[in-house]
Design a protein around this ligand. Structure first.
Ligand code: ARG
Length: 254
């Protein structure tokens, strides 16, 4: 009986993904417009400046699309909805600072990476800097992030608290509901720039994240078109200029 139920479920899942036909690069070219989803709560990569989506990834994706001869229609959604919508063919591409992981790569097709960064420990207490200092402590991370995966591996934590948005994990630290926050090293710098009096202290760097955009699993024509355009920008100096504007550095993966 258990076997049959499992078989039925597998068949239904397969049918579900057959139903969702990702738009090929040709189909998108005919339409002239690519639909890109992001979160909009992860400065300086993707965030709202008033009502306008801004950030390194927003500007970069627009440059890539332009190279591909496409206009962009943006969608902003909660982080946990982004990959699910690819499977349902609700948008063509996601760019929201996703690190490439094996588990994610089973669900989506990653493009070439557009920056390399990683997770850092952040706290208000100068004594909390290293993984060993987190023993017996409560750590805040964004739900579904690589920070959660990596923090879970550290021994001796009291607990890990998940927040739907990274900005909520930061608030939990600011109001001292947690002892530490683990997030992207550039996100901490942006938070410090925006709130110089916050007292945030950047501790040790924990792991490397290779960050890429993603398309529906198997939409290779779109991934290749995107990769070719990104490679041009990486080679002709435009990527470098944009990266320096945000980070005073070239943040490409090496
Ligand atoms: N780099 C981390 C990850 O891969 C965090 C990404 C968070 N992105 C966002 N738009 N909030 O999970």
């Amino acid at each position: 009986m258990k076997h049959i139920a499992h078989w039925v479920l597998t068949a239904l899942l397969a049918l579900g993904s057959l139903g969702a036909q990702a738009r090929s690069l040709d189909a998108i070219r005919k339409d002239g417009k690519i639909v890109i989803a992001t979160e909009g709560q992860f400065a300086p990569f993707n965030y709202f400046q008033g009502a306008k989506l801004s950030g390194f990834e927003i500007e970069l994706a627009e440059m890539v699309a332009k190279k591909m001869g496409l206009a962009v229609e943006w969608k902003a959604l909660s982080f946990d909805a982004l990959f699910a919508g690819l499977g349902q063919d609700r948008w063509d591409l996601v760019i929201a600072s996703h690190g490439i992981t094996e588990e994610r790569a089973r669900a989506v097709t990653f493009t070439a990476p557009h920056y390399c960064s990683g997770g850092s420990i952040v706290s208000l207490d100068p004594a909390i800097r290293r993984p060993a200092d987190l023993q017996g402590k409560v750590v805040a991370v964004q739900t579904g992030s690589t920070y959660l995966e990596n923090v879970k591996k550290l021994p001796g934590l009291k607990s890990v608290k998940n927040f739907p948005q990274d900005t909520d994990a930061r608030s939990a630290l600011m109001s001292r509901r947690v002892d530490a926050w683990v997030t992207d090293k550039f996100v901490v710098l942006a938070a410090l720039n925006a709130h110089p009096a916050s007292g945030l202290k950047v501790g040790e760097f924990l792991f490397v994240d290779r960050i890429a955009a993603a398309v529906t699993k198997g939409n290779d024509s779109l991934a290749q078109g995107y990769n070719a355009a990104l490679a041009t920008l990486l080679a002709d100096g435009s990527y470098s200029a944009l990266s320096r504007k945000y980070f005073h550095d070239d943040v490409r993966c090496r």
